[in-house]
Design a protein around this ligand. Structure first.
Ligand code: ADP
Length: 483
């Protein structure tokens, strides 16, 4: 089977969130499974310098974008056997400080940038020497690809065009632009209707993917059910319900070759379930780095996230104000809303011995926080899948999560199954409910046999890509076999 993946971010080349981790790992895992895999992504600033193996290909790009033509080049990198990454170089669009925005404001030409990228993906699919059977696109930035392919197949003479799969990593981001942006697609007007790319008079890139893809997946079984409801559907629940038969939820996997507690280049100490001394050393070193008193017997809570409404920062701040009176510490790594950044910085100023906040993006520190913490906080309002709760399980930081989306699918609370319990769940979206969960964690921390039991379940939980890959290959097969 031959698959072309496309994503606006891919670890280790570019990343703002979980999307990059998942696409990077999925591409590797599919290639390992024996599929021929291509992966298309923009060539952002700095990538060429960091990956000297990337080289120009023979493919040139010269595509219409509304009333003008835009040129670009295709660079490529041969990864593990069976995997080739194709980087689209278009310096005006992609050689910038950020991926989607700078200083909190979206780039005003994001429609041009990602309509162009979507057209490049279709161009690649058509002109690569190996013809993909299926194009698998991820999130709104490439949501138009299934529509472009549908048009090519039904009306523009490419009868053998590949099938398409869209994965929704987060329905909260849909790529909605003014109607005028639709002209950039150079598609006939008659796709601009509620059954196509139109959404209340505007162009909605994700909706175009939902209405036109042969297969739709999302990143956890529970989120697949949630997005069919008005509360979680972001205005697209109706369209999603119409496509329900083509929608499946597949829980993301973890790349354990990157997220590991032994031989991890970002950690100073290795540790394992049977020898947690290295974890204790990581805790002391993290406390030092974050400017907190070093105390191995004080429970340390951590959180790493984009500071946006989704992640539950408001209830986290409320719960911490109440709970920091107790004998505990908290560290945060995150960036996003200036208001939330300030709120966490103020909290750290108010409790200098108990709370610390690092504002910014810091990949090595994210590994150290997972390794050094006793508990990991993820009080999300909604969470399509979430990766950090799975990373923290492996690092022996017991996750405290709100029971939503992938958090509910991946974490087992003591009240659900004492034998298998690996985390603490709470249900109501409130500071009070989260504070209660933190109180349970403080009790657990003092009950050593129970804590060991939780750690054992957590650290041995297996979210490896093997299961996830098998599920993707299975749905690809079924899609290719369907008429
Ligand atoms: P989302 O994709 O909604 O941001 P996930 O939990 O699925 O949430 O994935 C987030 C990924 O981004 C994780 O790998 C996490 O460690 C990383 N991350 C988020 N914020 C930061 C940050 N400030 N510094 C380093 N890594 C971060």
């Amino acid at each position: 089977m031959k698959v072309l993946l496309a994503s606006s971010e891919v670890h280790p080349y570019s990343k703002t969130g979980g999307l990059a981790d998942v696409v990077g790992a999925l591409a590797k895992a599919l290639a390992k499974e024996g599929l021929q895999v291509g992966l298309a992504t923009p060539l952002y600033k700095g990538i060429l310098e960091k990956f000297p193996g990337i080289h120009p290909s023979d493919l040139r790009i010269d595509l219409p974008l509304g009333t003008r033509r835009v040129e670009g080049e295709v660079f490529q990198l041969e990864g593990e056997s069976g995997l080739t990454v194709y980087f689209i170089r278009q310096s005006d669009f992609f050689h910038r400080a950020g991926l989607y925005q700078e200083t909190g404001a979206d780039y005003p030409d994001n429609a041009e940038r990602f309509v162009f990228f979507s057209k490049c993906v279709m161009h690649l699919a058509r002109h690569l020497a190996w013809q993909p059977d299926l194009i698998h696109v991820h999130d709104w930035q490439v949501g138009l690809v299934p529509l472009l392919i549908k048009h090519a197949k039904e009306r523009a003479g490419w009868g053998t065009a590949p099938k398409t799969c869209l994965t929704i990593h987060n329905l909260a981001y849909q790529g909605v632009f003014p109607r005028s942006a639709y002209e950039l697609t150079n598609l006939p007007e008659d796709y601009f209707h509620p059954g196509g790319a139109e959404f209340y008079g505007r162009m909605n890139c994700l909706k175009a993917g939902i209405t036109c893809a042969d297969l739709i997946t999302t990143v956890s079984p529970r989120y697949a059910r949630e997005i069919l409801t008005e509360a979680f559907g972001g205005g697209l629940d109706d369209v999603l319900r119409q496509r329900q038969r083509s929608l499946v939820g597949i829980l993301n996997g973890v790349d354990y070759t990157e997220w590991k507690t032994t031989g991890n280049p970002f950690l100073n100490n290795s540790f394992a379930l049977r020898n947690l001394r290295g974890k204790e050393a990581e805790k002391l070193s993290l406390q030092l780095t974050m400017g907190l008193p070093q105390a191995s017997d004080r429970p340390l809570f951590g959180s790493i996230c984009r500071l946006v409404d989704q992640k539950g920062s408001d209830i986290l701040l409320g719960a911490l104000v109440e709970m920091l009176a107790a004998n505990m510490q908290f560290v945060l790594l995150g960036s996003g809303s200036p208001l939330l950044e300030k709120a966490f910085q103020n909290l750290a100023r108010r409790y200098p011995d108990k709370a610390a906040a690092r504002i910014g993006y810091d990949h090595p520190l994210s590994h150290r926080i997972e390794a050094g913490c006793d508990f990991y906080l993820m009080p999300s309002r909604f969470e399509p899948c979430g990766l950090n709760q799975m990373y923290s399980l492996r690092y022996g930081a017991i996750p405290i999560v709100r029971a939503t989306g992938g958090l509910d699918d991946s974490i087992i609370d003591l009240t659900e199954d004492l034998e298998q319990a690996n985390g603490i769940k709470f249900y109501e979206y409130s500071s009070r409910a989260l504070a209660k969960a933190i109180r349970k964690a403080l009790v657990l921390y003092r009950e050593l046999p129970l804590l060991r039991h939780f750690r054992k379940n957590a650290m041995s939980a297996d979210f490896s890509w093997d299961r996830t890959t098998a599920e993707y290959v299975d749905v690809y097969r079924r899609t290719l076999a369907a008429a």
